[in-house]
Design a protein. Sequence first.
Length: 319
Amino acid sequence: MCIRDRAYAARLLKFPEISANSMDAVSDRDFLLEFLFAAALAGMPWSRLCEDLILWSTQEFGFVEIPDAFATGSSLMPQKKNPDVAELVRGKTGRFYGNLMAMLTVMKGLPLTYNRDLQEDKESLFDSVDTVKACLAILPRMLKSLKFDRARMRRAAGGFSTATEVADYLVKKGVPFREAHGIVGRLVGSCLRNGKTFEDLTLPELKEFSPAFDREALGCFDVARAVNRKTLYGGTAEDAVRRRIREIERDRRIAVRGLARLAQETVERDTFDHGAVRRDRERHVAAVERNRLLRLRGRRRARGSHSAAPLRHLVARSA
């Protein structure tokens, strides 16, 4: 039986709505491209995060240790630990980009409406879906199990990382920033030539570069104080960072609740109501039968009018 009621067919297939344009329905793949772009956009920060972890886990950095469950040993070098999960997630981002560009390239030259080229959408879509699910399944577990060497990270934060703090200090003392920039640059150059860091400098040595330095300047070299001095919203101070973490956790809880409501609404919408479908089918069958009877009645009337015409003509002639 041919179903001419599109809304009825949509309910049978559990579609949320019907398409407004048949040509667009068979040739449009914007929904697929949007998902592929979202996957590529999500993969970019995953890749950047994994790149940091790969670098930080090397012996040269030594900031983080990736557990053995997410790494493998080298087949050649006994001492080497390969950060497999981080490297694989970083590599998967290239597949996201490739799938997106592949579909954009397929779509760019197609005339309306449907073309066999569109069969290529399945491979790109399914591969990106599977890859996103795999990354989301393994990446959070790895992040929760990382072990950071905080002492080593604090030592690495020294050196001249507070040079901008020193320049800001001079600006607060009335030195124009252009001059403060030059003073700190000469100070760093002197330290490099003499094998010193900021922490090794004394107040008399600082005054050789500018009389604006006083004992308060020695506190500018402390990395922890420099970090915690940025107390504005979005700054690096510990309180500001913790406040932002609380906001992220709050937004995550709201998003989870919203997704739960959406899932429940989807289940309720997709629940197959056999009674409603039966009533729809009965109405559809009744409409089909009614139309059949109307067409039959119309044909009978037409046949009756044609058969009566010659008789009326003969009566008119005899008269």
